[in-house]
Ligand binder design. Structure first.
Ligand code: C2E
Ligand code: MG
Ligand code: MG
Ligand code: MG
Length: 291
């Protein structure tokens, strides 16, 4: 499949230890071109309420639809976008697209869906980030309380000037903050305490081992209990099988995300999913000329 080609390509890419400067520049030029040519796509993965199993939101995940290679996953080009600085414009593009889609779906289906958007360390380093987010909220008309900004745990306060102030300013706009990939970084408990996050996203590396490794189960359990005691909600990513679901539910995990429910979908397919939900619930979507 096209996706498989992208993956193999990625393996070839990382297997070269001393990747030449030329190769990097060539790929960077292609990515720049991809952005101009409109080859970047936003996929959406549903987030599910742990109790009701209804859809409560979605995470925006970027893809590169290469004319020959097909759909390329972000693991392949996000690091390059980060190093080259392209992530600034790409990140702003996906933020705007995701807020726009979320707003459209809210108007169409009457569902206040939360939209998760990943922020890269370089974006967090831009003094203009808060203004950019404020402008996107204004332009798209999205309720800022529905915008959840995901920040990976591995970033450190030390390497990003004013990180905590930036996160507080984003929250002052009404946005919520998630700590992504939780458990894979090296945060101290003091850091977690001071980090202004509303949600903790348990990394799939731990979720995957539910039912396999009792140590990972203990980590998941302890993380959920710590998060709750700190008044943070928990999102589990990588929920793939019923056993993961049962365990996470029993621990009171609020939100679930994973292939058990749904893979990331193109915007049109996500719209179909919402339409199907509305049909099953007997609530017809509002007529929409703009959709
Ligand atoms: P992430 O933010 O932790 O996103 C979760 C990843 O797990 C996604 O991979 C998603 O497709 C995948 N996933 C979801 N459910 C399952 C499951 O049940 N099993 C397995 N094995 N995987 C699952 P994806 O889309 O390849 O994205 C990878 C990473 O790329 C993301 O990790 C995020 O760090 C980065 N990324 C994606 N889109 C963006 C973006 O717009 N901006 C930035 N800065 N980074 C992005
Ligand atoms: Mg994420
Ligand atoms: Mg994550
Ligand atoms: Mg992850």
């Amino acid at each position: 499949s096209a996706k498989g080609m992208g993956r193999n390509n990625f393996q070839a890419y990382v297997a070269v230890p001393e990747e030449s400067h030329q190769q990097r520049l060539a790929l960077e030029a292609k990515l720049r071109q991809a952005e101009k040519n409109g080859e970047l796509r936003v996929f959406y993965q549903p987030q599910i309420d742990g109790q009701t199993e209804d859809i409560v939101g979605m995470e925006a995940l970027i893809r590169w639809e290469h004319p020959e290679l097909g759909m390329i996953s972000p693991g392949f080009f996000i690091p390059l976008a980060e190093e080259s600085g392209l992530i600034i414009s790409i990140g702003e593009w996906i933020l705007r697209a995701a807020c726009h889609d979320a707003r459209r779906w809210q108007l169409r289906y009457g569902l206040p869906l939360r939209i998760g958007v990943n922020l890269s360390p370089l974006q967090l380093r831009q003094p203009s980030l808060v203004q950019v987010v404020a402008a996107v909220v204004r332009e798209t008309g999205i309720d800022p309380h529905l915008l959840d900004l995901e920040v990976t745990e591995s970033i450190s306060v030390k390497s990003i000037p004013n990180l905590l102030e930036t996160l507080h300013a984003l929250r002052d706009l009404g946005c919520s903050i998630s700590i992504d990939d939780f458990g894979t970084g090296q945060s101290s408990l003091d850091y977690i305490k001071r980090f202004p996050a509303d949600h903790i996203k348990i990394d799939q590396a731990f979720v995957r081992n539910i039912g396999v490794d009792p140590d990972d189960e203990a980590i998941v359990q302890a993380t959920i209990s710590m998060a709750h005691n700190l008044n943070r909600k928990v999102v589990a990513e990588g929920v793939e099988i019923e056993q993961h679901l049962d365990f996470l539910r029993a621990q009171g995990c609020e939100v679930l995300q994973g292939f058990l429910f749904c893979r990331p979908l193109p915007a049109a397919s996500f719209d179909n999913l919402l339409q199907e939900r509305a049909r099953l619930l007997g609530s017809a979507p509002a007529p929409s000329a703009s959709a």
